[in-house]
Structures are given as C-alpha cells and as structure tokens.
Unconditional design. Structure first.
Length: 280
C-alpha cells in the first residue's frame, strides 16, 4: 500500500508541478479540469447514480468549467461569486454537519447531486483564478490546506483526546484542529516574511492578510483552516452515508479524487473571497 501511495504521489507531482510553474495558467487549468470531471463522476457514484449517469455528471462539470473559461471569468475578480460561495459553504456546511450522516440521504437526490457539482466547479474556477493571479498566491492557498492537514495529523496523534466528530470521522480530534491552526499561523508568518525578504512579485495570500493587521489576518486564517476541516468532514459524511471507505480507486493508495481535494473545495473560493478585502 505504501509503495502504491508513493508511486501515485510521484506521478501526480510529475504532472501537476510542471503545469503549476508553466508561465501560463492554461496547462494547470486543463489538468485540474480532468480531475474535476473525475470528481463529478465519483460524486454521482456516492449519491447512488448509475455508471452512465455518473459519466454524464462528469460531462456536466466539464461543460461548466469550459463555459466559465470561455466567458473570461478566470480573468475577472468576481467578488459577488466568491461571497455567494462563501456564504453557501458556511451555512450549508454547518447545516450538513448538524444533520449528520442520517440526514444526508433525506435531502432530494437532485439537490445533493447539483450541490456537489457546483462545489467542484467553483473550486476549479477559484483555482484557475488564483493561478492567473500568480503562482505564489495559489501555492500559498494550497499549502495552507496541506499544512493544516499535516499538523492536525501529528497533533492529533500526540495529544488527541477529545473526538471532533466521532460519528463522521472517528480519527479526528479537537487537539488535531488546534494543532492544524497553529501550523497554519506559523506558516503564514514565515511565508509573509519570505515574500518581503525576497520581494515577491505577486504577494501570497499571507502577505495580503498580514498587511491588514492582526485583527484581520488572525481570524481570517483561523476561519480558512476551520473551513478546510468542514470540507474534509463533509466528504467523509457523504462517504459514510454511501457506505464507502474511498470515493473511488482512481488514485491507487490514495482513494479517489474527492479524497484528495475535499478540504480544498471550500478553502479555494473562500480564500479568494477574503483576499478581495485585503490589500496586496
């Protein structure tokens, strides 16, 4: 399993890293569009759709991405869209976790399916927009999620006592959440310092926030970290409701695409929403 996991990670890195650092955002947008289509297919399966219907859902997700690309949305700030996406994630994410595993299948299937496709599309558009702003900006958002996840894992292993959501994800603890938040704050300060030291051409998310003062960047980063946890828990809840351990087997050793991007789904659009209020 570990060998499979490492090989898959190396293959993904070999594809995504060149696309990320390419001068244009186009290669990364294309590669991630394929991943979003796969995520839509997985979402259909998690919600009881047949194989053909799940493939059709992948096509719908792809068309949404291509249509917004064709309309030039990647080049636009779109504050209204990110504010709407942020409000939806906060309200519906909270509602979803409050209802629990048993509450998910009680919602109409078309609503569940449509909500997942929209979340995946918004995450893709936010990723493409962040890359169009600059590599440093996008990478700082991605690393926020990765740092939160890694620090939460080790803090949970070392200090975890109080379960966060035992009915949804028994392995997560409140101590892990606090550890993840602490890791993100350290990362933010170090990254903002590095931006200034090396005079980054495009400010990171952290530089934009730190420049606004402590009363702004501290709650903003804690909020983004908390919402990355919400994204992770939401996908775990849906999988548990479907009786599945992984969203698919598309990524050997890692599970499915949704298993890898769940925490990014709320974080990417919310980071753009918050950055619109911060000065570069």
């Amino acid at each position: 399993m570990l060998k499979q996991r490492v090989i898959t990670a190396l293959v993904l890195l070999a594809i995504l890293l060149p696309a990320l650092v390419y001068p244009s955002f186009v290669p990364l947008a294309v590669v991630t569009l394929v991943l979003i289509a796969a995520g839509c297919w997985e979402w259909g399966r998690l919600n009881g759709l047949a194989h053909a219907a799940s493939l059709a859902l992948a096509a719908v997700g792809s068309v949404l991405c291509l249509a917004s690309w064709r309309a030039g949305w990647i080049a636009l700030p779109l504050p209204w869209l990110w504010q709407a996406a942020g409000a939806a994630w906060v309200l519906l994410g909270g509602w979803l976790l409050a209802r629990g595993v048993a509450g998910w299948p009680q919602a109409a299937r078309w609503l569940r399916v449509a909500g997942g496709v929209l979340a995946l599309w918004l995450a893709w558009l936010a990723m493409a927009r962040a890359r169009a702003i600059g590599i440093n900006f996008l990478l700082s958002i991605l690393c926020l999620v990765w740092a939160a996840d890694i620090c939460a894992y080790f803090a949970g292993r070392a200090f975890g006592r109080r379960k966060l959501a035992p009915a949804i994800s028994p392995g997560k603890s409140w101590e892990g959440v606090w550890g993840g938040m602490a890791g993100v704050l350290v990362l933010a300060l170090a990254w903002a310092w590095a931006d200034g030291h090396w005079q980054a051409a495009v400010p990171s998310l952290y530089s934009r926030l730190v420049g606004m003062g402590l009363l702004w960047w501290l709650p903003a980063l804690l909020f983004l970290t908390a919402m990355s946890v919400v994204g992770d828990l939401a996908e775990s809840l849906v999988k548990r409701s479907a009786g599945m351990k992984d969203s698919s087997k598309l990524l050997p050793g890692h599970g499915g695409v949704l298993d890898r991007v769940d925490a990014l789904l709320p974080t990417l659009p919310l980071a753009l929403m918050i950055s619109n209020f911060a000065s570069p």
